[in-house]
Design a protein around this ligand. Structure first.
Ligand SMILES: *Cc1c(COP(=O)(O)O)cnc(C)c1O
Length: 452
């Protein structure tokens, strides 16, 4: 997949092309790279690096564009539930909640975050292949809008929870349409061999079973075939199959009023445009528009991915054998996507004068003791000396949420830009916080011979 292995060597977009393809980024001759109206150098000077920076207005604009495309296709009533796992920062959730988005959560923790950010429980759907009894109890007691159930076993559990709480729970069945999303294997979820959803051949019997259980109100179907899907073709196939299943279930006497189309819309990590929203909405309308369904979708990456950058400074530029390396102060513990999914991210120098310099191929790596800690190989870059600041682009989704403190590297800081203003939304973690929740058993430190 082009978006994962990246463009062919020599065909990679340069800084100017990367910036030109992203309306929220501009290069100011004096202030350097700007996100919306704020100079990224100013944020790094204040907060240090590495630091995540997100653009609130960029997220709002993207949500509005998605809504406009749906409306244009005659699907204006579609409910958008933001997939919290893409970026669960409270400030990001607050931006989306204020713009009227609901949430799609996959754990009790995400449910609590979404509620804490002010998203009403009725606007939250709960997905996931392994919801615990405890998390389902929390969701039902909060009055969750919908549970996307993935198995017969989960139906029995949810029914018991609903009965104990004295509530009627709206649910849809997440079905597995057995469609190849043609994306990276680690984020393909809609093939029969994947762990997700109810097998196609069993949908009718499981739907009937759901209707027979007390406390449950089956109202429709859900699908989610994968993430970073860069063509409409897999959606076309999947939506056609879903429409067929809706017809079959209705013919069997079931009421099917909702259909949750999941997430997965891909973005261009390069200088392209990504999936056309008009094409996506058109495919949705073609198969699902005339069926009298309340449609829903769960985009994550598409809304927030391009809206974030990871700013990082060069620690050292070194030559090893015949290879040139630039070692950044960001690493795979901050942004794991290159190591985990072979993801290609644009990397742009923040200073205009640096960005304009002559280019040569370098490997851009982090300081973690693993070869996988590589952001880019043979990337054509201008000379980057110590302390040069770079922006790793499109880091707003599956970035900070997947961070760890591996190599005892504290979690990075984060800032939110909104037009011309910005503020810190997460301070850098202190090194002492790394062990603040750890204890050493007293017996390990007792002096020999001492009596207790
Ligand atoms: C991850 C996920 C999403 C969001 O996927 P994106 O590719 O980020 O749009 C939506 N729904 C479900 C059930 C998911 O697991």
């Amino acid at each position: 997949m082009a978006d994962f292995s990246g463009p062919l060597p020599g065909a990679e977009p340069d800084s100017a092309a990367l910036i030109a393809a992203r309306p929220h980024l501009t290069m100011d001759a004096e202030k350097g790279l700007m996100l919306e109206g704020v100079a990224l150098a100013e944020i790094a000077a204040d907060l240090g690096s590495p630091v995540w920076v997100y653009g609130a207005d960029t997220i709002r604009t993207r949500l509005a564009a998605l809504r406009a495309a749906l409306t244009k296709a005659g699907l204006g009533g579609t409910d958008i539930h933001y997939a919290v796992k893409a970026n669960d920062h409270l400030a990001i959730l607050a931006v989306l909640a204020a713009a009227g988005a609901g949430a799609d959560v996959v754990s009790g923790g995400e449910l609590a975050r979404a509620r804490h950010a002010g998203i009403p429980a009725a606007h939250i759907v709960y997905s996931g292949v392994g919801k615990s009894f405890r998390d389902l109890t929390l969701a039902v007691s909060e009055g969750i809008g919908q549970v996307n159930v993935e198995s017969r076993e989960e139906l029995a559990m949810l029914s018991a929870v609903a009965v104990a709480a004295g509530r009627q729970v709206d649910l849809v069945l997440r079905v597995n349409p057995d469609v190849d999303a043609k994306t990276h294997a680690k984020i393909t979820t809609g093939l029969a061999e994947n762990k997700f959803g109810i097998a196609w051949a069993e949908v009718e019997s499981v739907y009937a079973y759901a209707g027979s259980l007390p406390g449950l109100n089956p109202v429709g179907l859900a699908m989610h075939i994968g993430s970073q899907i860069v063509s409409t073709e897999p959606f076309d196939t999947a939506f056609a199959r879903m429409a067929g299943m809706v017809a079959r279930l209705r013919a069997a006497g079931h009421t099917i009023s909702r259909l949750d189309c999941g997430g997965g819309i891909g973005i261009s990590y390069e200088a392209g445009t990504g999936v056309s929203l008009d094409d996506y909405a058109g495919v949705m309308a073609k198969h699902l528009g005339g069926l009298g369904l309340h449609l829903m979708m769960e985009p994550g990456r598409w809304l927030v991915g391009p809206a974030g950058v990871l700013l990082s400074s060069v620690i050292i530029a070194k030559k090893t054998g015949n290879r040139d390396f630039v070692v950044l102060d960001a690493a795979m513990n901050d942004l794991v996507r290159p190591a985990m999914y072979d993801a290609w991210h644009g990397i742009v120098p923040v200073a205009a004068a640096v960005a304009a310099g002559p280019q040569a191929p370098v490997d851009i790596v982090g300081p973690v003791c693993e070869t996988g800690d590589t952001f880019a190989k043979d990337r054509l870059m201008p000379a980057l000396g110590p302390d040069a600041l770079v922006a790793i682009l499109d880091a707003g989704a599956y970035g900070a949420v997947m961070s760890s403190t591996y190599n005892a590297r504290p979690f990075a800081a984060a800032a939110l830009v909104d037009g011309d203003r910005w503020t810190t939304i997460t301070p850098r973690q202190q090194v002492t916080e790394l062990w603040s929740r750890e204890t050493v058993p007293a017996w390990l430190t007792e002096t020999a011979g001492e009596t207790g």
